[in-house]
Design a protein around this ligand. Structure first.
Ligand code: NAP
Length: 465
């Protein structure tokens, strides 16, 4: 009896900590506290479960050892690999839900477990469908992001109808199973179809859309945990699953909005296919310069806005960005960072990198807040960003990014853009900003170029200027 009360008290504490964790994760200044609360909540949930009377610990300890052996190396991946790491965690969550659901169903059908009431059978089916598709879908997403499998969308005629048809058969079988729970082969069909559906759902989606898809799969994993909570009559699973499901969905919606895309476009739009010969034959030239030219512009500016993008993450150039910030602020230049909500490849990508370089939070300004200042800004320094500063989003109705809110880098008095070539970014399109009269391209790896600019600014370059 006491153990049961302790378990319920731990679950209550875990639920409160999970909610606080999400609240605190909302702002960089409280994010660490948010992570600590999440970890404490999970610890409380695990301890509460272990206190459950009548548990055998052998299998639990064995599973914990296996989980630790897999989890510790996974926690050490570089920041650029976090999206695929997250996808793997969702895959494991989905697998756990599908396995628990399968075990519970077969225990029930063989008369050794709980009775398969219509509610229980319905919850089990939902758990297995969502868990199964999350498992294979997340593995596919991780594979695409890691480029183990082709990242381009693979499409064929009638694809959406086939996919939705398979899902409809799985759901139809589940409805029949609720009325006839002893028909175990239907359960097997549901399980197999959900695993196949997970693969087919992800195949037509381009690698670059994977972060949005991962956050959607996160939401499915959460919903499968809710169903599992009903099956196991476990309140903390229901609460944590609901939080996970809704936060994943909200995040996907935020990402879609920031890209001005709809859910259906992400899921069925096969975005990321090569664009047919845009602007072919137009002879435009971009003005290119050296690190010295960039340093000249920067040190003569009164205000500088840095726009970081995916290239800064690839080059791991955030510490060089910090050095530029130090050099310029030392000279009295006002330096701010313009943060686009989908710069990089995962939500908060730029915030995390800049926080790692210990840049002050108040220097980081959201896109909507910084855009009115840009016409008065002397220099915008674009570090490996492309789509998020592409003016075509404002005026070119034929552009795939038309309507996506952007950082108005082109409106500043001058712009310096650092990237390795004239190659496009995620959306696969040209950027007219690079050809503008007031833009200076400095070609090279962002870390190398910024390192050279820092040397120029600090007078260490030793060159003859
Ligand atoms: P982007 O449009 O993908 O452009 C990144 C640029 O970085 C490329 O043009 C590339 O040019 C340059 N680059 C790559 N490696 C570099 C290096 N080592 N040094 C210097 N430059 C380098 O990136 P973005 O402007 O950040 O925009 C993000 C895009 O991702 C948006 O279209 C957004 O919708 C999409 N997206 C974001 C999320 C998210 O959650 N953040 C999720 C899904 C999709 P070079 O090859 O010439 O160097």
């Amino acid at each position: 009896m006491i153990a049961e009360h302790l378990t319920q008290a731990s679950y209550l504490a875990a639920a409160i900590l999970f909610i606080l964790s999400l609240r605190w994760l909302n702002h960089p200044s409280t994010a660490r506290r948010g992570v600590a609360a999440g970890v404490a909540g999970m610890a409380a949930a695990i301890v509460g479960t272990l206190l459950h009377p009548g548990l055998g610990y052998t299998w639990i300890v064995a599973a914990m050892v296996v989980g630790t052996v897999i989890g510790v190396p996974l926690s050490r991946v570089p920041l650029t690999a976090v999206p695929q790491r997250t996808a793997l965690s969702h895959a494991f969550g989905g697998l756990a839900a599908a396995l628990v659901g399968t075990a519970e169903y077969f225990l029930g059908v063989s008369g050794n477990g709980h009775e398969l009431t219509p509610f229980r059978t319905g919850a089990l089916s939902a758990e297995v469908i969502l868990g199964g598709l999350t498992f294979t879908g997340s593995l596919m997403a991780a594979g695409k992001l890691q480029e183990i499998i082709p990242t381009r969308p693979i499409t064929y005629k009638g694809q959406n109808i086939i996919n939705l048809g398979l899902l409809a058969i799985a759901v139809g079988s589940a409805i029949y199973l609720v009325a006839h729970p002893e028909q175990w082969f239907l359960f097997v069909i549901i399980l197999v179809l959900s695993l196949v559906f997970g693969v087919l759902l992800i195949i037509p989606i381009g690698g670059a859309d994977m972060p949005t898809v991962i956050s959607l799969l996160n939401s499915y994993a959460g919903l499968s945990a809710v169903a599992m909570g009903f099956v196991l009559d476990n309140k903390v699973l229901i609460i944590a699953g609901a939080l996970d499901g809704s936060s994943g969905l909200i995040l996907s919606i935020i990402m879609c909005k920031a890209m001005n895309r709809s859910f259906t476009n992400v899921l069925f739009g096969a975005f990321g296919q090569v664009q047919a010969g845009s602007a072919a034959g137009e002879a435009k030239t971009a003005k290119s310069g050296t690190a010295r030219d960039a340093a000249d512009l920067l040190e003569n500016a009164g205000s500088v806005v840095v726009v970081p993008g995916y290239g800064m993450a690839v080059a791991q150039a955030q510490h060089r960005v910090r050095e530029i910030y130090d050099q310029l602020t030392k000279r009295g230049v006002d330096v701010k960072f313009a943060i686009h909500p989908v710069a990089g490849r995962m939500p908060g990508h730029m915030n995390v990198l800049l926080a790692e370089a210990e840049l002050p939070y108040d220097a980081l300004v959201e896109m909507d807040d910084i855009n009115h200042d840009l016409p008065q800004t002397d220099v915008v320094l674009v570090v490996g960003a492309n789509d998020v500063v592409n003016p075509a989003a404002r005026h070119d109705k034929s552009s795939p990014i038309f309507g996506m809110p952007i950082i108005d880098a082109d409106k500043a008095k001058a712009c310096i853009a650092i990237k390795r070539s004239m190659n496009p970014g995620f959306a696969g399109i040209e950027n007219e900003l690079y050809y503008a009269d007031n833009t200076l391209m400095v070609f090279g790896d962002a870390k190398g170029v910024l390192g050279d600019v820092v040397k120029e600014l600090s007078g260490e370059s030793g060159g003859i200027h």
